[in-house]
Design a protein around this ligand. Sequence first.
Ligand code: HEM
Length: 500
Amino acid sequence: YDVQRLPGPPPSIASWIWGHELLVFRHAATQMYTMWARSFGGLFRIKAALFHPDIIVATDHAAVRHIFANSDIYNMIGRGLVWAEGEDWHRQRKILGPVFSSEAVKEMTSVIYESAERLETRLTNLLLDSTSNKEGTCLNITPYISACTLDIIGAVGLSHTFAAQSTRPGSDAEQIFASWTQHVNNGLQRLAFLAPLVVRAVPVVTKAPLPLMRSQGVIKTIVTRIGRRIIERERAALGVAGKDSLLDISSNDSGRMDIISVLLRNRRLASASEKLSDTQILDNVCCFLSSPMVGHETTAGSLAFTLWELARHPEIQNRLRAEILAHGRDLSYEEIQKLEYLDAVVREGLRIHPASPQTERLILQDDVIPLTTAIPGIGDSVRVKKGQVIHIPFIPMNTNPSVWGPSGAVFDPSRWLTVRDPAAPALPHGWSGMLTFCDGPRSCLGLRLAVLEFKIILATIVRSIAFADTGVHVEEKISPTLQPVVNGRGGYLPLRLKLI
Ligand code: HEM
């Protein structure tokens, strides 16, 4: 096996107990990995914490493509709470696929517009009410965006109205937001560094009812309650209220495409061995709102960072606004797709600020990983053994200068408007040549929904509100998704807003 022959950062900068991992945790999101990838190449090794064998860090495009394409060999780590594996995953992915198909997502356009317009009204009213000066009103944008995306996922995923944008004290939405904020801020503490290490050492711990592993308990409880209510409603509609399980009854054909309706319908159509129990249906739904990686917080996070980029680049913001205003309001799905500059801004935001900036895999059987760039002394492939842990950070790949040019790390939407130099290396795998939504069989199922939300929300708020930078230093950390951190406060991204 070649692990010990891979290059990597010197052991002298590693802690004897925490290896290089503490250094990685303390720095901005994937910053150390980006630096090391530029120095040591696309596949290098680092010292792991708690005397675990060295970890491989992969940013070589051929290697990462191979890893993601072979999800049966390269297994996810520590997702036991909400993410299915093996046969369960195959079945769930097959069932849920239609919920996020292009056709289904197109049908979600009006629901997304409704929420985006509510956000626009909410922000506009706030600015009208505020006693702000000419400079505008300064506010933390993250809770506003996240309320908007929660309303969307509630409507399309659960046929449920969270009314997150009406700020009712004590509401489910308020509790979800408070719980998420606490989760984000806990994740910035030193203790949070330990949690994934414990999961890696003892994977079954994810099944244990430990408070540390259930930090998103409130969200799960709320989503389960809503899910139960919907299932009860279906039972009542079918005149079978009080039955222990819905397994033996059919759902009405409402034609609704929210997750619960699809799962209930599927139960009627599936063979006996494939039928999902009530608990499995609820688990699926919980996955969509309570997993940090899916649902509304990922979209909200990348969107907030994109607004920050627009605030720091007024010329880009003005150009985007001009395009949006030139096309009028209430655009159809097809019309939105034609807005070239909006499309470029969205791609660039998702490239530079991927909401879920890294993933990990555990190798289940010995394998040979191919490389784009050969490693001196090893060659153009690397032999790896069962049990090896691999970290895959996305930012180093999304900004790789050999693919994106020397300005790869710069937010510059115009790169999407020019024809690529035919002599330049082709864009790698993944959506638009980036890893933001992962790649292969386990790539993001909600990609189309996320991109459409992104476009509609941006187009709706940028037409009536101008965003400016406040000048505060914003750090990017992973907790558990990409988070803005200001003076140690997570989920905090202040912007200055002014009515157009
Ligand atoms: C900007 C927004 C989003 C980003 C950047 C994002 C990113 C990702 C990434 C990187 C993964 C793979 C995780 C891994 O391999 O460790 C993933 C998986 C997934 N995402 Fe997203 N996501 C976003 C929005 C959404 C939305 C809106 C939904 C649905 C409502 C969604 C549903 C899923 C699901 C179901 C999976 C698991 C797929 C599987 O295991 O087969 N995502 N996402």
